[in-house]
Design a protein around this ligand. Structure first.
Ligand code: ADP
Ligand code: MG
Length: 253
């Protein structure tokens, strides 16, 4: 079966262990949510998966449809079909959104394949309309001077255009007001289907009212301590995260 399979991943930052034997499996076609208190290692997971050089993977496996991506360069990981929407997207001065996405698509083309510009712009404008992004944004530099909400929409636009096999969305809900949250969630929901496996990382249950996950995982102390259905997110909303501390010391359920 096709899946994004994370097995016993140990990740350190400057010699400090952050992820501890972290394991998670996301079958293609499913959307899983990863929740947990601040500082527990959610973003560390996203960055380690993306191949960020500051996040040292000391042991474990990450299999993308059976292929181990550990040790690959970030662009190779992206071209293998893993998309990342980061909590704090970087600004890329001088590179417009239209050219940025175009470059990413061209990098994925087979040798001899020609870029179809009219089809590209048609698709781009459709997706921008869906995400309620003003068309003027195509000629603006990626994320430069964007509001928090505009950055998040732009991330989802990239995902919609690149059509990855797997996507990790790190706190795509942060900085969004309720209307923007709905638009972004609708964008993600439109991409749901048998060809996409997604991990939606969030601190709050709110997003999961709009993107209803197949499974919810709760992280504490660098590993998953609980897995359940969407009702688990509601339980967390009520009780907060403190009650999990005890379970974290006992280990995963
Ligand atoms: P979360 O996303 O769950 O809030 P993070 O993965 O951002 O948590 O952080 C996990 C831990 O790793 C925290 O203790 C944080 O201070 C530390 N950390 C994260 N990134 C860095 C970094 N670049 N340098 C040093 N410490 C970091
Ligand atoms: Mg984070």
């Amino acid at each position: 079966m096709s899946s994004l399979e994370i097995r016993n991943l140990n990740v350190e930052i400057d010699g400090t262990p952050i992820l501890k034997d972290f394991s998670l499996s996301i079958p293609k076609g499913e959307v899983h949510a990863l929740m947990g208190p601040n500082g527990t290692g959610k973003s560390t997971l996203a960055k380690a998966l993306a191949g960020h050089e500051d996040y040292e993977i000391t042991s474990g496996e990450v299999l993308l449809d059976g292929v181990n991506i550990i040790g690959m360069e970030p662009d190779e990981i992206a071209r293998s079909g893993l998309f990342m929407a980061f909590q704090y997207p970087s600004e890329i001065p001088g590179v417009t959104i239209a050219n940025f996405i175009r470059a990413a698509l061209t990098a994925r083309m087979e040798e001899g394949e020609k870029f179809n510009a009219p089809a590209y712009y048609k698709d781009l404008y459709e997706k921008m309309d869906l995400l309620e992004i003003d068309r003027g944004f195509t000629s603006r530099s990626v994320n430069e001077g964007f509001s928090g909400g505009e950055k998040k929409r732009c991330e989802i636009l990239q995902m919609a255009m690149l059509k990855p096999s797997y996507a990790v969305l790190d706190e795509t809900d942060s900085g969004l007001d309720i209307d923007a949250l709905r638009v972004v969630a609708e964008g993600v929901n439109k991409m749901r289907g048998p060809e996409l496996g997604a991990l939606v990382i969030t601190h709050y249950q709110r997003l999961l009212n709009y993107i209803v996950p197949d499974k919810v995982h709760v992280m504490h102390g660098g590993r998953i301590v609980r897995t359940g259905g969407p009702e688990l997110a509601e339980e967390l909303e009520e009780k907060g995260y403190d009650w999990l501390k005890e379970e974290a010391t006992v280990g995963p359920a």
